[in-house]
Design a protein around this ligand. Sequence first.
Ligand SMILES: [Fe+2]
Length: 198
Amino acid sequence: MALYEKLVAIARDHGVITPEDHYPEFPHPSGTVLIVPLFLLYDYSFRPDHVSVDQVVPWAAATNSVCTDEYLLHPDPFPDRASWCGHLCARAAVRLEACPPDIPKLLVNHFPLEEEHAVLSKVPRFTPWCGTRLTCGWHRRFNACAVVHGHLHTRRTYWTDGVPFQEASLGYPDRWDHERGMGAYLREVVVAPFDRSP
Ligand SMILES: [Fe+2]
């Protein structure tokens, strides 16, 4: 937690909006959009139903797919990463509930919000470290016009319930064509059509 707060301070020093800041309004041509940076983590719930939470790490280990977070990401002061995730989701939901429901939201999170988007063809047993079912349906619940996430290192867009879910990572450096420069790897966020004109 202390490290997180240190990173938030560094981000602010560089003018970066963090999940701890006021959600800024963006003047989209169709009307105001609220940009919502989220920090939510994972809780191992992105796993097949036949795998219990107690067995999820051995299940992933059978294909050498255990995330190094198991050794490097310390959850203190929470007892474990899942309860830390639960706290973060509950806190974010309270903030989102307090936002005007009619303003479309652009939800931005490191991890995918929907389990069906956590698709990793080369390491299918890595999904327990890719998000939480606690965020299932947040795009409907909080009137999202777009969702942006990373983590999977696979750039793609899924349309679910008319909302574009965009994996906007830069991908792995060894897959970049460095000749093209960084600008070629940035992308414009797509927003679902909406109309809030008076
Ligand atoms: Fe990640």
